[in-house]
Design a protein around this ligand. Sequence first.
Ligand SMILES: [Zn+2]
Length: 250
Amino acid sequence: MSVQLGLLDDDRPKVFGSDEPAVVIRPSRRARRLILKVVPPFQIELVVPRGTRPADVEAFLSSSRDWIQRARAELEARYPNERRKLPTCIELEAIDARWDVDVVTDDRARAGLTVGAERLELRVPNHDPAAGFEALRQWLLGQGRAHLRPWLAAEAESIGVMPSRVQIRTQRTRWGSCSQHGNISLNAALLLLPKVLVRYLLVHELCHLRHLDHSSRYWRFVAEHDPDYREHDAALAAAWTEIPIWALPS
Ligand SMILES: [Zn+2]
């Protein structure tokens, strides 16, 4: 393992090695010793006390080779390479919108997103690939607030119910939920799905405002507003595997 670490006496992070995910070396004023860790969702980071000699860093990385290999294998299993990449295009099928994504790697700037009509320009520091995912996730939350809120309000009106509060979030395990207080929470990643599935999810949660259970009474009420609810429910459950990493909270 050979590496040009240069001087470690500035606070700029450095990328080590070409294997994926790379180990990002982060000099720290406060750290007392070298610490190797996994930073969600898929970054491996080595925190290095400021002023540590490059030879010591190299020796540490060399002695940690097994740990790094195991961490890489675990990350690879959880986030296969294809899913780890930043997208080249994003389609929000539910609202018939599509953007090409231009990724610009720029170490001087913070991560950021410029939104055009057909193009998203995503600036990502190369020591921090996860920052690109976070910028996209924030953008998706904004899209969710802009489109899912009014859509839910319209469906609520046609069903004849009224949620107390509506929250748009990104979630790992749920497309939506309805609390006993009548608060409805929606996953912004719904926008990536076909319209009929989003509509079904909205109907599903809104019908809980009438029946807060999954009783036959509840499903009869759902069927009045979405006769194909069984098919839609199954398709929604299966759609989890298609959510890209950037649309998940870290
Ligand atoms: Zn339910």
